[in-house]
Design a protein around this ligand. Structure first.
Ligand SMILES: Nc1ncnc2c1ncn2[C@@H]1O[C@H](COP(=O)(O)OP(=O)(O)OP(=O)(O)O)[C@@H](O)[C@H]1O
Length: 512
């Protein structure tokens, strides 16, 4: 995508500039002795999509936490609707119309869409809830934002994109005038991400001020009216999106140009290191099979991120399939047998680092060494020993924190992702499943992680990669398989296909 102005963006640019609904002035925030935000100022306007960009740890989440009252600042003010606040509580922020849709879904998965939208505000007469009215009001809330979802469906049945849309509708119905969306398209496939961007444009046209955090530069340029870039806690750029371009944004974020080019990797060996045959599960997955050679990276591209994650749930043993066989390094590894798959050299780097990948209360170094120590049957070490052994990995994976070795929950999202990769990729794998390995990672770290994955393949490791980004699949893979309705429907050598052709087959692949 280029920096050219889309028709939707142009419409917003042509509108007269409204008065800011939120004025942030000189905001500062320290965690312990370390400064996460240093004197940040910006204006947020109704009817405008305001993107926040910056490298991992630049201070984006800290800024939105202060805006939403989750944390209080140590200096500076936030002016909302003409009133200045030196410290907002979550309650005041919400009353003033500031709503956040975090990356982690906050719906009650066992309730219906209607119940979720009206939660806490169920219409009742003499303590009896009027369910007809619940459904009618929920339907209206969705209709107002052109969202087409049946309100009687259970939240848990929805795709991740649909869940995000329901949360957005709920927040707008509750009076959200400034809506903060934290990486709403992370891990979504192309079609689902498109639906979210359409919704964002609808919100803007309805007069909502949208604060949009994203690491995807092309996406920001296509959806945002205004872009603010943070670096090391300071605002280093704030201006109309139409006046900047991809290279300019990278320079603002990183301070230099970043290039992630596909290197010359040795050709994969003829030996198959990972083989999956006849994998089937209910109606989701039907007779899926793939062979990955030593030193080969095979990308999996599917129409929906959810179907892809169901496939990787089965491959990595989080769910047991009905049928299927797997071999790693020539030896049979039963699905779901974690001990045997680890012993056989299989490593699964989950796409859900928060729930499955890391132990939030342990330090960064303990998390980095966890898998190595478990595989080596090492007893718990003194923290200083663990840190000494973790130091080269921390360096190689570029893990950055404000204090020397915090608990992993205190790291920015992208840095947590690097810890997750360091934890698994340094344990002499034979084969790896990688799910969205650069989820939440900034452009510079993304280039570093791509180089680490190249290196992994150059060492002869077989990699099966799931990524919601077609660019990433093209950049890393030797071969791409397209999966539809749980079956491989097409297979491409990446040197023989363009990115657009790949996306087209992924969206509408026909059975082979
Ligand atoms: N609760 C906390 N305790 C200690 N340090 C924290 C805490 N929250 C954030 N930090 C630190 O503040 C800095 C800014 O983090 P923040 O999460 O705002 O970055 P970010 O720009 O959102 O990054 P990312 O793109 O990785 O999500 C980081 O160095 C982070 O380690």
């Amino acid at each position: 995508m280029s920096a050219t102005t889309s028709p939707e963006t142009a419409r917003a640019v042509d509108r007269p500039v409204a008065e800011p609904v939120v004025r942030v002035r000189d905001l500062t925030k320290r965690f312990g002795g370390a400064v996460a935000l240093r004197g940040a100022s910006l204006d947020i306007r109704a009817g405008e999509v305001h993107a926040l960009m910056g490298m991992n740890g630049a201070g984006k989440s800290t800024l939105v936490q202060l805006l939403s009252g989750a944390h209080q600042g140590d200096g500076g003010t936030i002016e909302i609707g003409g009133t200045r606040h030196s410290g907002l509580t979550a309650r005041t922020a919400r009353q003033l119309g500031i709503s956040t849709v975090p990356q982690r879904r906050e719906l009650v998965m066992t309730l219906t869409v209607a119940e979720n939208i009206l939660l806490g505000d169920l219409p009742s007469a003499r303590s009896v809830v009027s369910w007809k009215s619940v459904e009618r009001q929920a339907r209206q809330a969705l209709l107002d934002l052109d969202i087409d979802i049946d309100v009687r469906r259970t939240a848990g049945e929805l795709t991740v994109a649909e869940q995000t849309m329901v949360e957005v509708a709920r927040e707008v119905r509750r009076g959200g005038k400034v809506l903060i969306l934290d990486e709403p398209t992370a891990c979504l496939g192309a079609a689902a991400a498109d639906r979210i961007r359409t919704l964002v444009r609808t919100l803007r046209d309805e007069g909502v001020a949208v604060v949009y955090i994203s690491h995807y530069i092309d996406e920001v340029l296509s959806v945002a009216d205004h872009v603010t870039v943070l670096r090391d806690g300071s605002v280093v750029h704030s201006g109309p999106a139409a006046e900047t371009d991809s290279a300019g944004l990278v320079r603002h974020m990183v301070g230099r140009d970043v290039v992630s080019r596909r290197p010359e990797r040795p050709a994969p060996a003829p030996t198959v290191a990972l083989s999956v045959r006849g994998l089937s599960h209910g109606r989701d997955i039907a007779d899926f099979g793939v062979q990955v050679r030593e030193g080969e990276i095979v990308g999996v591209l599917g129409p929906a991120g959810d179907a892809q994650s169901r496939l990787f749930d089965l491959l990595s043993g989080r769910r047991r399939p009905d049928a299927g066989e797997m071999e790693v390094g020539g030896a049979a590894v039963p699905f779901g047998d974690v001990a045997r798959s680890l012993a056989g050299g299989l490593r699964c780097v989950t796409g859900d680092r928060r729930a499955l990948g890391l132990i939030p209360g342990l330090t960064v170094d303990e998390n980095i060494m966890l898998a190595t120590d478990r595989l080596g049957r090492r007893r718990l070490q003194r923290r200083a020993d663990t840190s000494r052994r973790a130091a080269p990995r921390r360096e190689a994976y570029g893990v950055v924190s404000l204090t020397p070795n915090p608990v992993v929950a205190g790291l920015s999202g992208g840095n947590q992702q690097k810890v997750l990769l360091a934890k698994w990729l340094e344990t002499s794998p034979v084969a790896c499943f990688l799910e969205d390995p650069t989820n939440g990672v900034d452009v510079s770290a993304m280039a570093d992680i791509h180089a680490l994955i190249d290196e992994l393949a150059s060492r002869g490791v077989a990699v099966l990669l799931a990524s919601s980004s077609a660019e990433e699949v093209m950049r890393l893979s030797d071969r791409v398989i397209v999966v539809s309705a749980g079956r491989v429907v097409a297979e491409h050598d990446v040197s023989a296909i363009t990115r657009d052709e790949l996306v087209a087959t992924a969206l509408g692949g026909h059975p082979r």
